[in-house]
Write a protein that binds this ligand. Structure first.
Ligand code: ADP
Ligand code: MG
Length: 302
């Protein structure tokens, strides 16, 4: 991409996301020069995807939003505030409409999170996109809280919409219009729960529900030989989507299907009132959905 590389970078990627005073040199130089505050800690994470524009899957803007929301959430899961991002892009040929869409989606999510795109690399090759993110947190944070039997399990929003959208998108089910729009919106416009994580993750064990609630909890709790019982009637789902759960295994789908960047949070019972108060203060619709127990595995009470 030798001839057009600089023009391409300048056109699409030189002004993505926030302009930050701690970016001394950003896109356009040999390396980014950043000025983190002294005495803090840096957290880095990255995510890669292999776009397949011929597949009829998510369009470039939605791909970018999902990638950016995911990697910023990874930083916040480590209890750091994301600040900078880098983009490594490999594409077989310059595809302007794809680049336009991708850059737009990236700008939307990075800008809303006050994250600046500070550099990257662009090469000709098979489709691949890697987004790195870097964030800051105060030094000396104690280890995150682990879960104990008797703790309460909360989720930060409704379950299963993203999983239904994926099945619909890949033709396994065909949702009717209204339900379809709702599910696809949840999948294509993920909102990274950054403020929630920064406010709540010091006092709770937290995971995202990209792979579903049951696997997320199994990972969180299994490390300590614990399990959980979930209250089937308390599992929140959009009423518009409830009729279609029967197509995909019923309410179990709320445990096994993707719920995107919705969070599972495990808090101590003593902290319940304070936790719910903090959620209300954040405008976060938290639902108490289960109880941590000594018996390994994740099960439903009905
Ligand atoms: P070259 O490969 O010709 O040396 P560079 O890779 O150094 O060029 O890229 C030039 C500048 O553009 C650098 O600041 C680099 O970080 C930035 N850059 C390259 N590709 C991207 C991209 N996809 N997104 C953001 N910045 C990029
Ligand atoms: Mg390069």
């Amino acid at each position: 991409m030798a001839v057009t590389e600089f023009a391409l970078i300048d056109h699409y990627f030189a002004r993505i996301g926030a302009t930050r005073p701690d970016v001394v040199l950003g896109v356009g130089d040999d390396g980014a020069l950043l000025a983190p505050p002294t005495g803090g800690e840096l957290v880095s994470a990255s995510r890669t995807l292999h776009p397949d524009p011929a597949s009829g899957g998510q369009g470039p803007a939605a791909l970018a939003r999902g990638l950016a929301a995911g990697v910023l959430t990874d930083i916040a899961l480590a209890r750091a505030r994301p600040a900078w991002a880098t983009l490594a892009l490999s594409l077989p040929a310059v595809d302007e409409s794809w680049l336009e869409g991708f850059a737009g989606g990236l700008d939307e999510v990075l800008g809303a999170a006050d994250v600046g795109l500070v550099g990257g690399d662009t090469t000709r090759g098979p489709w691949r996109v890697t987004l790195g993110a870097h964030g800051q947190r105060p030094a000396g944070k104690p280890a995150p809280r682990r879960a104990w039997a008797g703790d309460l399990v909360y989720v930060s929003g409704e379950l299963g919409a993203q999983g239904l959208a994926l099945l619909d998108r890949y033709g396994e089910i065909q949702l009717p219009r209204g339900a379809r729009d709702l599910a696809h919106h949840a999948l294509d416009h993920p909102r990274p729960p950054l403020e929630a994580l920064l406010a709540l993750a010091d006092a709770s064990a937290v995971a995202t529900l990209e792979d579903g609630l049951a696997p997320a909890l199994a990972r969180l709790l299994g490390d300590h030989g614990l399990g959980a019982t979930l209250y089937a009637d308390s599992l929140p789902a959009a009423p518009e989507l409830l009729p279609f759960l029967d197509w995909v295994g019923g309410r179990d789908f709320l445990l096994s299907g993707s719920s995107g960047l919705t969070l599972a949070m495990v808090v101590t019972a003593d902290d319940q009132a304070a936790f719910e108060g903090r959620c209300a203060g954040l405008g976060l619709a938290c639902h108490w959905v289960g109880l941590v127990e000594h018996q390994p595995g994740v099960r439903c009470d009905a």
